[in-house]
Design a protein around this ligand. Sequence first.
Ligand code: AMP
Length: 276
Amino acid sequence: MDLTVAGNRVELAAARRPGTYALVPTMGALHDGHRSLIRLAHEQADHVIVSVFVNPLQFGPGEDFGRYPRTFDHDLEVCGEEGVSVVFAPAVEDMYLPDRQVSVSAGAMGTVAEGAFRPGHFDGVLTVVLKLFNLTRPDVAVFGQKDAQQLALIRRMVADLDVPVTIVAGPTVREPDGLALSSRNRYLSADDRATALYLSRALRAGAANPHKAKEAAKAVLEEAARLKPPLLLDYLTLADPATFDEVPAGHRGEAILAVAAKVGTTRLIDNVVVSL
Ligand code: AMP
């Protein structure tokens, strides 16, 4: 069936067909990581909705809301190729009332790791994700492990607020050299990209040395700090997958080795699961 573009609740209702729905929330500038989530969504439900919305609430002052890549025609092509039923692409004014008051709080888990560097970011993410769920009413929603803390917080929100949606996670899609695909990779010059490769290299070194995961990753990141351009580390954490608190010494089971850094003007995040 043809792809329908909807911008609001009324248009979404008109596009609705019998059967189950899987939602893939995105900020557009779609790449193969998004495609992999759409394919996973098709395995979960009869119809797939992709939302394309650059959410101002999750960008802090001085972050890249204004220059975030917007490639809507390309995104529609991708969605058409991937058999998506509906693209939900609301305008900012249609998502947020000028007098809005109520929002979702991510709690303490939204203030650690990525949240410590982006105050309010996860409140903005959870608020828009809950709104997208209420607008599109999916049975299943698919998110990437690439944004591991976001995924953990969405699972937390669904559990804590009894949101009637099943959350499914897709693995991180990478370039052949290891760089995690990201809409922001297009900002990287060739030299930036060479430095950015050290993020995934550090995570691989960590995963290969589970007993010294953080130390092994740190050594690689220190090397990258001496490159031109340098890798400027925001944080490296070995985190509990459920809380994103740093795991205590002697922790057993799975942990997430997560990193965030700037290369030039571009901020990148990445993570791997480590079995301890
Ligand atoms: P974004 O458009 O960056 O907000 O991402 C939309 C969804 O795609 C989120 O659930 C991300 O975790 C996921 N995603 C982003 N990059 C990747 C990737 N390289 N592999 C798999 N999923 C990804």
